[in-house]
Design a protein. Structure first.
Lengths: 419, 200, 129
């Protein structure tokens, strides 16, 4: 919003509760895209490959401006499409560069072929995704189906719910993905428009602090003309399942690394991120809203207001979709009486006509002795906002479900069933 | 909470319309308010001269409906190109005691005919300001609309004069605050001083 | 079994219905698209001086929105002001400078007046008092 920085002061002091902690640093008014661009600048990325599509375009505009002004030593390569864009990032990362790319909506799925080669090649590329609804009808609005469609491609995948978290995730994701125990690409997702375009306060740490948190990338077997290597060769069927097993191990092996990195981040920057799952007012909650992504911001205010009315409601926000924090979530979710999963995605014809997250949550709970009532709230589809009163409706449904032990529907469509 | 909606023309005044909101929220933020300035979500902003809305919210308490992408009950309406009023009811949804500020060389009375009676009864004041005369340069900078930081200074032209005029008519922020928030201090000052107000 | 299936469908209220597959009607023969009135974009209105006009029809071909019309049995040039965006191309291509650009606010009529842009029923409800 403002180009001039405002030093920490009154506003940061007041900033408690649903808005998160106060922390030292310089305050800027940034959109999610602006936050990502500043974090990428401070992460000293080497290569960015771009192709324009709304709403993510702004991050590339800012990076190219930063490169032009000499604030960042960056190889800025423009792809001929998203497929080529991901190919450029793949090549750059193979050569040992800290590479980033990004896209939105149909752009994300146009690049579908290249995701598995990048993750299989263990290239720690970071992709900034600002979600956009898939066509039809060329809707600019946010919906998570684009990035969630790639969830089986071996990339780490998680959502931020404020521009501040976008900034912090950008740094944390690189450190996790570039850890020698991991080496995996990461999708750093944010809701299009709601996070990507609405400026909010972001605390920006100093370059020295970032440098000490995020060391330069050490990529083994980087492409080097003096030491020729073959990346991505043909292998035999008898090796295929072994390679897949190493990829699974890499992904499932991220849990201790995530835990370590997020805790280190909290220590250095004065934040209080939970490594995997944020629990908002859950300690005595009987029923919770389960959510991923930006609408948790509104959801927290809604939970505050519902609690003022005496409802025992909480909000659980997963910070990761891949890897899915199964055991953490099983521990957390199995103690509630009812869970409503807010789906900002759609999986047409899925079990119980719910979205993608409910499928994961149901699988998570299947191992538990106590199985809460589970229902889906199809909300924010096509990029529609989820208003406070719509969260209140969800709260009423959940309260009822907790009392009765069942729900009328397997999926409630917000905007239809609440009117 | 005070809601501000600024109507501007696509592409040509995209930056200026946004600057009105940015200057006012910056000024209010420095006065200790909670603020939000945000771009349109449903208009078709990259068509030249299409009607585009830019929004701001200024509040004494935390703004909770940050993601609601339209101001449904605005209190202040800015119009950076008077002709827009001929085709659109810019005051749709305004609350009692609202103000309307228009960039034009005409007198306020002349443009009241484009406000339907239902909205007119909610207007406290209508004002005009020759913002284009004060700051004739209209910079085309699209970066802010794409979610990036603005590549050029905030409040460098027409937008500063409009913001000054809105501050004068509404009393929303102090004169010093709005002057300090605009890159073009002179334009903001002239906007504040030269606005023609008709109380209703 | 029928009731069992019904649980999984979403009942769409009639006022919220949209066309099959979101398909929009093709523009009417005269080029009009009532969902997308563009006359409100116009700041300068094209005004033709029929005395000067030589009926070369360059403006008819140049108009990107097919809003320059042949009227009066094809003997005169007219404009569809509901859709003319005021881009000024007709003025630009006219070989005899017969088309003037006059500020729209100098005229009383000529622009369709809308309450708001793209007002869907459930959005309209949010604006209600």
């Amino acid at each position: 919003m403002a180009n001039e920085d405002v030093k920490v002061g009154r506003q940061a002091e007041e900033d408690k509760g649903a808005l998160g902690d106060s922390r030292p640093g310089t305050i800027k008014f940034l959109t999610g895209l602006g936050a990502a661009a500043h974090a990428l600048r401070m992460a000293d990325i080497d290569v960015a490959s771009s192709y324009p599509i709304r709403p993510y375009t702004g991050v590339m505009m800012m990076l190219s401006m930063m490169a032009a002004r000499g604030e960042l030593d960056l190889e800025f390569v423009h792809g001929e499409g998203e497929h080529g864009q991901l190919g450029i990032a793949h090549g750059a990362s193979s050569a040992g560069a800290r590479a980033m790319t990004g896209s939105s909506g149909v752009g994300v799925v146009y690049a579908m072929e290249v995701y598995s080669p990048i993750s299989g090649g263990r290239c720690p590329v970071q992709m900034v995704i600002a979600d956009r609804t898939l066509d039809p009808p060329g809707d600019f609005g946010s919906e998570h189906t684009d990035a969630l469609s790639t969830r089986d491609q071996g990339w780490m995948l998680g959502w931020a719910h404020t521009p501040q978290e976008v900034f912090d995730n950008t740094l944390m994701y690189y450190r996790i993905g570039e850890d020698p125990r991991v080496y995996l690409p990461q999708m750093n997702c944010q809701d299009g428009y709601f996070i990507s375009h609405i400026p909010q306060r972001v605390v920006v740490p100093t370059q020295e602090e970032v440098n000490s948190f995020l060391p330069p990338l050490e990529f083994p077997d980087a492409l080097d003309p003096l030491n020729p290597l073959g990346h991505g060769p043909q292998i035999f069927p008898g090796q295929g399942h072994v390679l897949e097993a190493t990829r699974v191990n890499a992904m499932m092996g991220t849990f201790p690394v995530i835990d370590e990195v997020v805790n280190d981040f909290n220590k250095r920057f004065g934040t209080s991120y939970d490594p995997f799952v944020e629990q908002y007012k859950c300690s005595d909650a009987e029923y919770v809203i389960f959510i991923s992504g930006g609408h948790a911001f509104t959801g927290k205010f809604a939970v505050d207001h519902m609690r003022e009315k005496g409802m025992k409601i909480g909000l659980v926000r997963t910070r990761w979709v891949r890897p899915w924090p199964t055991d953490y979530l099983a521990d957390i979710l199995s103690k509630f009486k009812a869970i409503g999963v807010v789906e900002t995605n759609n999986s047409f014809g899925a079990a119980r006509q719910c979205g993608i997250l409910t499928l994961e949550v149901a699988t998570t709970l299947y191992q538990c002795d106590n199985k809460p009532v589970l229902t889906a709230f199809m909300a924010g589809l096509g990029g529609e906002v989820i208003r406070l009163d719509e969260f209140y409706y969800m709260g009423d449904v959940l309260k009822d479900a907790a009392a009765k032990g069942s729900t009328e529907r397997t999926a409630y469509w917000i905007g239809f069933h609440n009117v | 909470m005070i809601e501000i909606t600024v109507w501007c023309t696509g592409v040509i005044q995209d930056k200026e319309g946004r600057d009105v909101c940015l200057v006012l929220t910056e000024a209010a933020f420095n006065e200790g308010k909670f603020t939000q300035a945000f771009d349109n979500y449903v208009d078709l902003p990259d068509r030249i001269n299409v009607q585009v809305r830019k929004y701001a919210r200024i509040s004494d308490t935390v703004i909770e409906n940050v993601f609601e992408y339209e101001n449904h009950k605005p209190n202040i309406i800015g119009v950076t190109e008077a002709t827009i009023m001929k085709g659109i009811n810019v005051c749709y949804g305004i609350q009692p005691g609202s103000v309307l500020v228009i960039n034009t060389t005409k007198d306020p009375e002349e443009l009241l005919k484009y406000v339907p009676a239902k909205q007119k009864k909610n207007l406290k004041a209508v004002a005009t300001i020759d913002a284009l005369g004060i700051a004739p340069e209209q910079l085309i900078d699209y970066s802010g609309s794409e979610g990036a930081e603005d590549a050029s200074a905030i409040g460098g032209g027409l937008g500063a004069a409009m913001a000054g005029a809105i501050a004068a008519v509404s009393g929303l922020v102090k004169k010093e605050s709005v002057l300090a928030a605009a890159a073009n201090r002179t334009a903001a000052k002239r906007g504040y001083d030269e606005v023609k107000i008709k109380q209703l | 079994m029928k009731t069992r299936f019904k649980k999984y469908t979403v009942e769409i209220p009639e006022e919220m219905a949209i066309p099959f597959a979101g398909i929009v009607e093709s523009p009417k023969p005269n080029g009009e698209q009532p969902m997308m009135l563009t006359g409100g974009w116009r700041i300068y209105r094209p005004v033709i001086d029929s005395e000067k006009c030589v009926m070369c029809k360059s403006c008819v071909l140049a108009c990107p929105d097919a809003t320059v019309l042949l009227v009066d049995g094809g003997n005169k040039i007219g404009f569809n002001l509901d859709y003319c965006k005021g881009c000024g191309l007709c003025t630009w291509v006219c070989p005899v400078n017969a088309i003037d650009r006059v500020p729209e606010l100098d005229f009383e009529d000529g622009v369709p007046f809308q309450d708001a842009l793209f007002l869907l029923p459930h959005v309209e409800a949010l604006y209600a008092d």
